[in-house]
Design a protein around this ligand. Sequence first.
Ligand SMILES: [Ca+2]
Length: 183
Amino acid sequence: MAFKSIRLEKQVCSKIVCKKTVIKKTISNRAIRRKPVCKRVAVKLPKIRKSAFHAIAGNDQSIMDATITKVRYQAELLDLNNEYNASTSTFQPKQNGIYTLQATILFESMTPTAITLNLDILINGIPRISDQESFTTRTGIIDASGIVQLKTHDHVEVFARAIGESGDIRSGLSSRFEGARIS
Ligand SMILES: [Ca+2]
């Protein structure tokens, strides 16, 4: 079988993911064409939406001595999946998963009295992440952080208690409540 002509042509697919050279040969008046080597690459977007929130105390808040008080973080700075309710200072995830959570308050007492401060992150009313600090200066910062498993619509809130004297949670960046889904 004699070769009458050999003709090479190059074709490049437009998709970056499938750039390949296609060789077309003509042998003995009969065209032999290779099938296109391009394949559609199906990219599946993750069904899980990103989840992260960040809020700070927008106003000073008084805490009475030895009284468990819900901490208010009214100023919402981030809420990717619309899961944080600033009016109730409550985070309610829309997805099951593993979350990292952190709560912080800047506390200021009336006088330089010995204060023991408790800070708890509660899930459905049960303390799950806690910290305790003692200080004798008028101001102190306490933070409670950890990783927990949450279910859809769990209620995540922050409570504080000062033992020794009444005082105020100061507004601003030092009093914040934040979290994100990590898995
Ligand atoms: Ca929100």
